[in-house]
Design a protein around this ligand. Structure first.
Ligand SMILES: N[C@@H](CCC(=O)N[C@@H](CSC=O)C(=O)NCC(=O)O)C(=O)O
Length: 282
């Protein structure tokens, strides 16, 4: 596999890079961003990795340009990896809506036609891309953490719940907490996985917890003025499931904040520091 360097820029003493490769999972070229903090230049360095999964309509670039993660990642010595949200290209099937198809892969492996050939974002993010990161960057894959926003918050929560031994910590910004109970989730899971709702539960954080999946703790920040809060995000469902399961959920409702990167960037430092405490713990 050849990894093409699309761009590199020095930032906060480290390097913000963008890379492209041919993906066996999606059957397309895929682009992703990696921030290497300055500590990566030390001989033999192996640094912990924080995955950031983006939301609907995003590529790797939204958080890279507006997420403001580099100052603290550079201070603490954490690698930040930002994948794309779907396969891309003229041959990839798409939908007219912003909430399905390109830019909206929902971190599942589609089983329904015509999506199943390319829309394999669960396997891409959990298997193929980690292999590439491990091979090409000074990443300590025994110290991984995961976060994300909205659809990417759903991705972070479900992936951590499905692979709890792999991640030392999981957090989310305004996650889609129960996709089986909201319009975005109905459209995406119904479209990619088919209308048998029993198959959706393995890609729904609230349902996964109800069905026995466990992580020790979760940090969630949620804007109280988020337009999507009541209809799409529903953190109260995740909260109820965590309470019943005994999962230590810290749900911080942030007055006045909306769904945008103005919100995400405000609390990005908190999340990186929270993950770093766990990534650097003995
Ligand atoms: N275009 C839509 C809303 C799209 C939107 O708000 N996308 C969010 C993620 S929503 C959940 O996954 C986002 O991160 N957008 C990119 C950005 O840079 O802000 C509409 O207009 O309603």
């Amino acid at each position: 596999m050849t990894l093409e360097t699309v761009s590199t820029n020095k930032s906060f003493g480290g390097t913000q890079g963008v890379y492209r490769h041919a993906s066996a999972e999606t059957g397309t070229d895929m682009t992703f961003a990696v921030f290497l903090p300055p500590q990566a230049e030390a001989p033999g360095a192996k640094l912990p990795v924080l995955w950031y999964l983006s939301g609907l309509t995003c590529t790797h670039a939204n958080v890279m340009e507006k997420g403001e993660y580099r100052r603290v990642a550079a201070e603490l010595g954490v690698i930040i990896v930002c994948p794309d949200t779907s396969p891309r290209g003229d041959d990839v099937p798409d939908d007219e809506g912003y909430d399905f198809g390109k830019g909206a892969g929902f971190y599942v492996d589609a089983t329904a036609e015509p999506w199943r050939a390319n829309y394999r974002m669960y396997s891409y993010v959990t298997r193929e891309l980690p292999g590439i990161v491990a091979a090409h960057f000074p990443a300590d894959m025994d110290r991984q953490a995961i976060t994300g926003h909205s659809m990417g918050g759903h991705g972070a929560l479900t992936i951590a719940l499905k692979q709890p031994a792999r991640f030392r910590s999981v957090s989310a910004f305004a996650p889609i907490s129960a996709p089986g109970q909201c319009p975005w989730g109905h459209k995406a899971l119904g479209g990619y996985l088919g209308e048998d709702r029993s198959g959706w539960r393995a890609h729904d954080a609230t349902a996964l917890i109800e069905d026995g999946a466990r992580v020790a703790e979760i940090l969630v920040d949620q804007g109280a003025a988020d337009n999507f809060l009541a209809e799409q995000l529903k953190p109260e469902l995740l909260q109820a499931a965590c309470e019943t399961a005994g999962i230590a959920l810290t749900l911080r409702m942030q007055p006045g904040y909306d769904h945008s990167y103005y919100f995400i960037s405000t609390f990005m430092d908190d999340h990186i520091r929270w993950h770093a405490e766990r990534l650097f713990a003995e």
